[in-house]
Write a protein of this length. Structure first.
Length: 154
């Protein structure tokens, strides 16, 4: 596994391993080589599929898992990433980077949240894995992704 994926959690590791096996000796697999039915059932609610539209480079969400829509409070299916208000620039940068370099990418964000009314201190961890898919000539045509949120009470 590449160094840039060293922080990958056990929750998203099966998705990466599936993608890696599907690509074989190629840089990336094609969409037709990915069968969501073969995914572990617990990962399906955390999956996204996004079309990569070239010239200008844009991303349209084709599939968004139920756990992601619950986490975001919105379903982005059918929408372009640039149409989503208040989206974190780091999200867009990761999509662009993955589409341009054709390599898997991982973004992990952690932040503390204190709830003084309940006397709780939480550590929230958001993890987003993006995996490129190509139909021809090594040009990324779709991104397969997984997103997880975990919370620890400190």
């Amino acid at each position: 596994m590449a160094d840039e994926l060293a922080g990958l959690s056990e929750g998203l590791r099966p998705l990466y391993l599936y993608w890696n096996e599907a690509r074989g000796e190629k840089t990336m697999p094609s969409r037709s080589e990915i069968d969501p039915v073969a995914f572990q059932p617990e990962i399906l609610p955390n999956i996204i599929l996004a079309d990569v539209v070239q010239s200008p480079l844009r991303f349209r969400f084709r599939v968004m898992g139920t756990a992601i829509t619950e986490m975001l409070g919105d379903d982005w299916t059918g929408r372009f990433i640039h149409e989503i208000p208040n989206i974190d620039h780091k999200v867009q940068e990761q999509y662009v980077s993955t589409a341009l370099n054709g390599k898997p990418s991982l973004d992990v964000t952690e932040y503390d949240k204190r709830d003084s009314s309940l006397m709780l201190h939480r550590l929230n961890r958001y993890e987003r894995l993006l995996l490129p898919l190509s139909e021809k000539d090594g040009i990324v045509s779709m991104l397969l992704g997984g997103t997880l949120k975990t919370t620890k009470i400190l």
